[in-house]
Ligand binder design. Structure first.
Ligand SMILES: *Cc1c(COP(=O)(O)O)cnc(C)c1O
Length: 442
């Protein structure tokens, strides 16, 4: 499989090249040349396969000659070390829990998969990589954990001062790691992202470092996110036979939902998707009016989705749906919800069903119910992605419910084991960042 950029079909790259460069040389997203269709018998027999087998079938066509098959098998085993359980909340509404990984968010899957691919490329090329990444919270933790102590790779994570939760900061900045470094920036997430972008085009920095980015547009993060859509389908087929499935995905950069839509193109029987957003609602507005008009980001309690210009959406609109609103609307609905909606729903679902949603999952739940209530007699089964564990966003959970939030053993152990958060802060100033990079020894 080769990849081309969204704007130039003739600019072809291998999987390896897309992972190492992030964006194409014309500064655009990479997309696969074509989407392979899986054999219908694969779906008929899916309940007899384990998740590692399923993941192999799904991902191998995308990797081509970049990584040998037996190594891919190992990468998958190292990536999928936990379950993606489905829980019935009530009626035909289900949660797909994606928070059972090491940092309790779905980003563990993509980050670990990418770190494993980079390890292989390092062994092959023998050149040390530096991964530069900006985080609004969950990416940083997942990348720090996924890359921790990987030889030949160092990771520098930029995070905004006062922009991430205390637990998220601990997950990034108290690791005592030999190869993961956290830098607090006195600015917001966009400022961090701008600094990273600028570093990629700076000659002096590039002379010293071989830079790679680990943000959610990277193909090695995007594609493995298909695994849990397949796993969900398998589990539902086992439990309920061939019911039609709607996935509601709490969306920010639209990478998670884009992976689901690619899975559907591979033949996975998914009836439709709901892109659920907070009040940063560029896509719900676009789907209503046909006008793409991002406005300034607003802060919400589902802060991992505080994004105005979703970086993966062009993959859906330009590549998967060829800018055809009619066919897009047949597969995708998109709704926006306020913080008030979100908090009320966290309380209501706890009161009625004793299930604790995190703010992102709550937005997903709202989308799932809204879709079904359009048609109360619907034969569909609606699955929302619970993208993080509520303990990660304890400070956003209604005060009266905080004592009810379950602390997973992993977190208790982690909190006991860590030392102080080591602050390494710089001003929101590119030259300061640049000097920091140029002065340090590698
Ligand atoms: C990153 C994140 C999202 C948004 O996912 P996208 O792929 O950017 O749409 C949703 N929920 C949580 C908890 C996240 O960390």
């Amino acid at each position: 499989m080769l990849y081309h950029s969204l704007t130039n079909r003739n600019n072809l790259s291998s999987f390896e090249h897309t992972v190492l460069s992030g964006l194409s040389s014309d500064g655009d997203l990479y997309v696969p040349q074509s989407i392979p269709r899986l054999n219908p018998s694969f779906f008929e027999q899916i309940t007899s396969y384990d998740i590692h087998h399923i993941a192999r079938e799904v991902i191998i066509p995308y990797i081509g000659n970049s990584i040998p098959d037996d190594r891919i098998e190992e990468i998958i085993k190292n990536t999928i070390q936990f379950d993606f359980p489905i829980k019935n909340i009530h009626d035909n509404i289900y949660a797909l829990e994606l928070f059972h990984g090491p940092t309790l968010a779905f980003k563990d899957i993509g980050a670990k998969f990418m770190s494993e691919c980079l390890s292989y490329f390092y062994e092959k090329i023998g050149k040390k990589f530096t991964v530069l990444v900006a985080t609004s919270g969950d990416t940083g933790g997942a990348v720090a954990k996924g890359f921790n102590n990987k030889s030949g790779i160092e990771v520098i994570i930029l995070y905004p001062h006062n922009g991430i939760s205390p637990l998220q900061e601990k997950q990034i900045a108290s690791l005592n790691s030999s190869n993961v470094f956290a830098l607090e920036i006195f600015g917001n997430f966009d400022d961090c992202q701008k600094m990273v972008k600028k570093a990629f085009s700076d000659k002096q920095i590039k002379k010293k470092y071989t830079l790679t980015s680990a943000n959610s547009i990277n193909t090695a993060r995007l594609l493995p996110q298909m695994f849990y859509y397949f796993s969900a389908y398998k589990n539902i087929k086992e439990m309920y036979g061939g019911k039609k499935i709607i996935f509601s995905v709490p969306s920010g950069n639209f990478g998670n939902i884009c992976a689901g839509m690619i899975a559907e193109r591979m033949g996975l029987p998914i009836h439709g998707f709901v892109a659920s957003t907070n009040i940063n609602d560029t896509i719900p507005r676009f789907m209503k009016s046909g006008i793409y008009h991002p406005i300034n980001v607003k802060k919400t309690i589902s802060n991992a989705m505080d994004i105005a210009n979703p970086s993966n959406f062009p993959r859906i609109w330009n590549f998967l749906y060829k800018k055809n609103m009619f066919s897009l609307k047949k597969k995708l609905s998109s709704f926006r919800f306020t913080d008030y909606n979100t908090l009320s729903m966290i309380k209501k679902v706890w009161k009625n069903h004793k299930y604790m949603l995190d703010p992102h999952g709550a937005v997903g739940y709202l989308g799932a119910t809204k879709y079904l209530y359009k048609d109360p007699k619907t034969p569909y089964l609606s699955v929302f992605l619970e993208t993080a564990h509520p303990v990660k966003f304890l400070d956003k959970i209604p005060f009266s419910l905080r004592k009810e939030v379950f602390f997973p053993k992993k977190i208790k152990k982690f909190l006991k084991s860590i030392g102080e958060v080591k602050k390494n802060a710089i001003k929101n100033n590119f030259n300061e960042f640049k000097n920091w990079l140029l002065d340090r020894s590698i």
